[in-house]
Unconditional design. Sequence first.
Length: 318
Amino acid sequence: MHKTKLLLICLTKNSWEHIEAIKSLKNVDVVGLCDKNLNNIRELKKYFKDAIVFSEYKTAINTLQPDAIILSLPHQLHLEVSKFALDRNISVLKEKPFALNLKDAKKLAEVAKNSDSKLMTISQRRFHKTYEKAGPLIAKLGKVIYVDIDFAFNKSTNDWRKSKKTSGGGVVIDCGYHFIDLINHYFGLPDSLECNIWNLTDDPTCETEDYAEIELIYNKSKIIQAKFHRVSFLKKERIRIYGDKGNLTIMKSKLILHSYNPEQKYTLICKADFVDAFKKLHKTFFSTKTKNLGIGNYKESLLNSLLIEMCYTSAEKN
């Protein structure tokens, strides 16, 4: 059986969902690890003992000539490294966001369009059981009137995420990307929006926002209000969707449909976690042979970059 040769670039021991997902794939062989951080390499070698180690990605790619790479890099490097691989017809599975900004996103989308390989930006919630099940249930709500999104990520952040030059921004482009993706997936682009961002940290070296409030308007009849923040050490994620026939609450572990028709009430208690979502995502990426197939491809990712750009443009005006 032919195995896909895979190179991992800058994955860490904290990327355990990736590690578990890769280990579950029988048709994938991790042939290389690339990172300048030796501590990361030591940890990954525990799982991929036969992988060859590199400190520079061009050398690793030219030497191994892998079929695919997985990237987990500071945002300003996504375009450079992805382009280098796609120009050589090497498929790329990469962490969010799609790119540092809309300008880079358009360049990367053009590269992906002209490549015979695939480019997928990881949006794992689309593969998580509750978010998968939510899509068909939204239709049962009738006309959607109001959506409330609340997402809190942990407070800690590393040095490159503090810089606009290397990260592109804070919670909107970083952890909020997952819910930007879900907004586009469920509802599409809005007609207009207003975004306000704040930096509430006591760290004077941090340039990026840690709190954002976004209001999205659709045809003057539907409003989405989203709040993204990393101002506490507690994680939280919840979406509530209100329609004229009922409402739906989406969480990682629970999905609740309250229909105004008592016969259509629905509750799903979800025991699946993000490891299961990553396994589905990786299976989709590595089993699909046709270019640009699979959820989270470059066309959808480009729309996410457009919505993020709309948010930052509005925030600058405000």
